[in-house]
Write a protein that binds this ligand. Structure first.
Ligand code: NDP
Length: 487
């Protein structure tokens, strides 16, 4: 059977490359190639820049309320096509349909809707300086680049294009090579909604295409989502042309469960924050610090619920709540971490093996895995695994738990479970992380800024402040009096 071949999406339509180079995309749940994609060669790259220049000129000349109306139309189309788009995400990522159907498209559409609403509300300042005065304008940056990870492909494309386009920029987006289709569908939707050609171009390929985006002198900003190591390369490369950067990187986030917490709720949070999207979420609470008084109760309930309530299998089956990992490579990497956990002396409470569900025997599944008796120096406690692997640690002193939670170069997220309202805020204020939850975990509404402390990131996505990251301030001084000149 021949599979479809998708081209790059440039200037409002598909553009054939000249090199003829393509790559294959597999369904992680079946190990089958589902389609091919053309790589953005030099011809496509040049076309992407030239059309983005034209697109930017048209788009930035529109009033914010005109842009807002068009973006709201795109939101309507995204929601109307929810199921078609969610299915693409399931086939590309291996995540369960029951998640994609209600989260991926919706949370992407929410963010575009949020920024579409904010666009006309952006204002500058005006101030008198004696009889003269100055005013400021918030102007778009120009052509921006977005580079996405594979875990939430469409959502990431929406989270980057929403604020970028609302502020009047053009965006050239490169999805991960593992999950290229969602961004193409978003590009088609933008065109159908009335976004001018060239304002949102999609270029395809691996690291080389990403590197080109970070190096191009025609691009003013790069917004990147991916691993810390890649993020460092992107920042270094972007420095060559002094690009603005937003970095959404990895984490190794702590969740502190105190002895007055609602333990069932804390177990729910720990399971969501480790097994949702089969553990492939940047903010996951992969280090669970549990107070010694409730440690046994916590791990007993965790083991029971993990063994009874998780259903792995064909991700399109609406009953399935644990999907396949993104690739064979990633699967093997995660299994390698599990082996390390065992060899370094952690106790395997449950899981710890690859799965071959009857409905998807060739998929890259890993059983939800919980390690207990973990110590802070273990590899599984220190490094981001990005799979369904949870490490549980014990503590008995609040200050010590905070110190241990902060003892990492990462700082993406953190959580606290306690019924003591003073302790909740006291502890969360001391945790070095950009995204924090109290008696909750993982919610990320469009209104709330998200981003990392320390090596987990630079800048923020979502929330009002993100529009500022896609604009630059022009100050205009207006002379109302004669110029005093010594010349
Ligand atoms: P990678 O860093 O491997 O890749 C991210 C993107 O960068 C991909 O599109 C990749 O292309 C591209 N890329 C690779 N090398 C370069 C380069 N030298 N220059 C420019 N672009 C490059 O991350 P993953 O895709 O593996 O995603 C998982 C990671 O993303 C995890 O660490 C996770 O924590 C993080 N993440 C962070 C989020 C946040 O908001 N903080 C949200 C989601 C994920 P290709 O894949 O095609 O090779």
């Amino acid at each position: 059977m021949t599979t479809p071949v998708y081209q790059n999406f440039i200037n409002g339509h598909f553009l054939k490359n000249q090199s003829g180079e393509t790559f294959a995309v597999k369904n992680p749940a079946t190990d089958e190639v589902i389609y091919h994609v053309e790589v953005a060669d030099a011809f496509v790259q040049n076309a992407a820049i030239e059309s983005a220049k034209q697109g930017f000129a048209t788009w930035s000349a529109m009033t914010p309320i005109e842009r807002s109306r068009i973006l709201l139309k795109a939101v309507e189309l995204l929601r109307a096509r929810n199921d078609e788009l969610a299915k693409i995400e399931v086939l590309d990522t291996g995540k369960p349909w029951q998640e994609a159907e209600c989260v991926d498209v919706q949370t992407g559409a929410d963010v575009i809707e949020y920024f579409a609403g904010l666009a006309p509300a952006q204002v500058g300042q005006q101030q008198m300086v004696g009889e003269d005065f100055y005013y400021t304008r918030k102007e778009p940056l120009g052509i921006c680049a977005g580079i996405g990870a594979w875990n939430y492909p469409l959502q990431i494309a929406c989270w980057k294009s929403g604020p970028a386009l609302a502020a009047g920029n053009a965006l050239i987006f490169k999805p991960s090579e593992e999950t290229p289709l969602g961004a193409i569908k978003l590009a088609e939707i933008f065109i159908e909604a009335g976004v001018p050609a060239g304002v949102f171009n999609v270029v395809q390929g691996a690291a080389e295409v990403g590197q080109w985006l970070t190096q191009s002198d025609d691009i003013e900003k790069v917004s990147f989502t991916g691993e810390v190591g890649t993020g460092k390369k992107v920042v270094a490369s972007a420095a060559g042309s002094l690009k603005d950067v937003t970095m959404e990187l990895g984490g190794k986030s702590p969740l502190l469960v105190f002895d007055d917490a609602d333990i069932s709720q804390a177990v729910s949070a720990a399971m969501l924050g480790n097994f949702y999207t089969q553990g492939e979420i940047c903010t996951n609470c992969t280090r669970i610090y549990v107070h010694k008084n409730v440690y046994q109760q916590f791990i007993d309930e965790l083991k029971t619920r993990t063994e009874q309530n998780i259903i792995a299998g064909d991700p399109m089956n609406p009953e399935v709540n644990l999907g396949a990992l993104i690739s064979k490579n990633h699967h093997d990497l995660v299994m390698g971490y599990i082996d390390k956990g065992i060899s370094e002396g952690a106790t395997l409470l449950t899981g710890g093996k690859a799965l071959k569900p009857d409905s998807a025997p060739n998929g890259y599944f890993v059983a939800p895995t919980v390690f207990t008796d973990c110590t802070d120096d273990m590899t599984i406690v220190k490094e981001e695994i990005f799979g369904p692997v949870m490490s549980v640690l014990v503590f008995d002193d609040e200050d010590d738990a905070i110190r241990r939670a902060n003892d990492t170069h990462l700082g993406l997220a953190a959580g606290v479970f306690t019924k003591d309202i003073k302790r909740a805020h006291r502890v969360i204020h001391q945790l070095q992380a950009g995204i924090c939850w109290i008696n909750s975990y993982g919610n990320s509404p469009a209104e709330m800024p998200v981003g990392g402390y320390k090596q987990s990131g630079i800048g923020r996505e979502n929330g009002i402040e993100t529009l500022d990251h896609y604009t630059q301030t022009k100050s205009i001084y207006v002379g109302m009096t004669d110029i005093e000149s010594p010349f």
